[in-house]
Design a protein around this ligand. Structure first.
Ligand SMILES: Cc1ncc(COP(=O)(O)O)c(C=O)c1O
Length: 453
């Protein structure tokens, strides 16, 4: 069967829809629960499916599309770079890479001026582990309950959710990992030993249900790691690059005295005095405006202990990602994306809190990283928002609806999203709909299944 390109054909909307979908489903590895749509285009905060239906995108590529889909500067930079040079490994210096590194370091907290470039968040975590081991000569890590660090075997060992680890048995070697309750300073203190290479934590837990840390916990983590000779590594893969209303979320927990006059980033010039400044940060997602990229950024002390050839990657630092990254970071700065995320995030959460529904347990978040915890499973409401309202949102734990819209989302779009969410909360009754779809015998089976849960 020939799969036609719907953009090229006249009869786009009806004839080819199932072709694309069935081709993807037929050949996919099967690890994803696929939505029943085919997305073909994006601009700013909107995406469109092959039938021309418009969606407000609060999935945002799992938090990648912070500066909006197909930002014109990023598109232009990619075009120009594609014409010039696509591939250049890191053993051969490259002008775009140098430009990107300079741009990146200009927005990082002081002292984090050494960068290992790679292609994803998971790779950044793998690099963080290896650099922490060589920097300290230790192999024990402290990670957080409900924390998420990625899915390769090394990163998975730091990821808490058992269902991600269990299918792989002892191949996920986390005998050197202690998980502590996020926010519990005493547990943290007890877990960090003379063998601890690093404490890894997200300033706002994303996959774990959108849970912002409190400043005391982050400051205690900094203080205890310093006392015990361990590193503090912030996982800013989801929170970084303006998502939470600052360039990096860790800056929220910095003392007033450590901030620049504009409050945008940690401007502390005396490394030892900063209350939260980490020894390293893992970065990815939004850093290059939509193309694959990852980085572990660190101090010189950490970088210098890694032997030559101790780590590496073919595509890391490739000129295409570098060009996109330069354009993306400049757009973040020039268009005040952090401030946009802060202001719009507050507006969004205020509107969500005004929804009258007994199904909502809590609205929480930081900037445009927002979670609404329901008293029941969130999936039916997320599905209904997509199908009935043209709004894309994602799950974070079974109970939480997560919104990660681009920072360029408008207040009108936020109003539309909140109104859509309120409508589905009021109209969708997952249990009644499930029961209605079942035959009498199935209902009896389901009732049995329910009781045994
Ligand atoms: C906090 C955090 N760490 C690590 C990862 C893994 O990143 P990637 O999916 O780019 O490999 C993610 C992805 O969602 C994340 O949110």
């Amino acid at each position: 069967m020939t799969v036609q390109d719907p953009i090229q054909t006249e009869q786009t909307h009806t004839n080819t829809a199932s072709n694309w979908l069935s081709a993807e489903n037929r050949h996919d590895s099967g690890v994803y629960s696929k939505h029943q749509v085919v997305m073909v285009r994006g601009k700013g905060s909107n995406v469109w499916d092959e039938n021309g239906r418009e969606y407000i995108d609060c999935v945002g590529g799992y938090g990648v599309a912070t500066i909006g889909h197909s930002h014109p500067d990023v598109v232009q930079a990619i075009r120009d770079q594609a014409d010039t040079l696509l591939v250049m490994p890191q053993s051969l210096p490259n002008d775009k890479r140098a430009e990107f590194l300079t741009e990146l370091v200009s927005v990082l907290p002081e002292g984090l001026d050494r960068v290992f470039l790679c292609n994803s968040g998971t790779e950044a975590m793998e690099a963080a582990k290896k650099f922490a081991i060589t920097a300290t000569g230790r192999q024990h890590f402290v990670s957080m309950k409900r924390g998420f660090s990625g899915r390769s075997l090394g990163a998975l060992a730091l990821t808490w959710e058992p269902k991600y680890r269990e299918p792989f048995g002892d191949a996920v070697d986390n005998k050197n990992v202690s998980f502590v309750t996020y926010g519990n300073i005493e547990e943290l203190r007890a877990a960090i030993t003379e063998d601890t290479a690093a404490v890894i934590l997200e300033p706002v837990q994303g996959e774990g249900g959108v849970r912002p840390a409190n400043a005391e916990f982050i400051r205690a983590a900094r203080q205890i790691t310093r006392e015990k000779g361990a590193l503090l590594i912030m996982d800013e893969i989801q929170t970084g690059f303006c998502r939470t209303g600052k360039m990096f979320a860790v800056e929220h927990f910095c003392a007033e005295s450590c901030q620049d006059a504009d409050g945008i980033r940690c401007g502390c010039n005396v490394a030892a005095d900063c209350l939260v400044k980490p020894d390293g940060m893992t970065l990815a997602k939004a850093m290059a405006g939509g193309v694959p990229i990852g980085a572990f950024v660190m101090t010189g002390d950490v970088a210098d202990k890694m032997p030559k050839g101790g780590h590496g990657t073919t595509f890391g630092g490739n000129p295409l990602s570098m060009a996109a990254g330069v354009a993306a970071i400049r757009a973040m700065k020039n268009e005040g994306m952090a401030e946009q995320a802060r202001v719009k995030g507050e507006y969004f959460m205020e509107k969500l809190r005004a929804i009258k529904s007994s199904k909502i347990r809590e609205v929480r978040g930081l900037g445009l990283m927002i979670g609404v915890e329901l008293k029941e499973k969130s999936a039916p409401y997320i599905e209904a928002m997509e199908h009935q309202e043209g709004v894309l949102a994602l799950q974070a734990t079974p109970l939480v609806v997560r919104f990660l819209p681009p920072a360029v989302i408008t207040t009108e779009q936020i109003d539309s999203v909140v109104a859509a969410f309120e409508r589905v909360l009021n109209s969708v009754n997952p249990r009644a709909e499930r029961v209605a779809q079942l035959s009498g015998a199935q209902v009896a089976d389901q009732a049995g299944e329910k009781q045994s849960e």
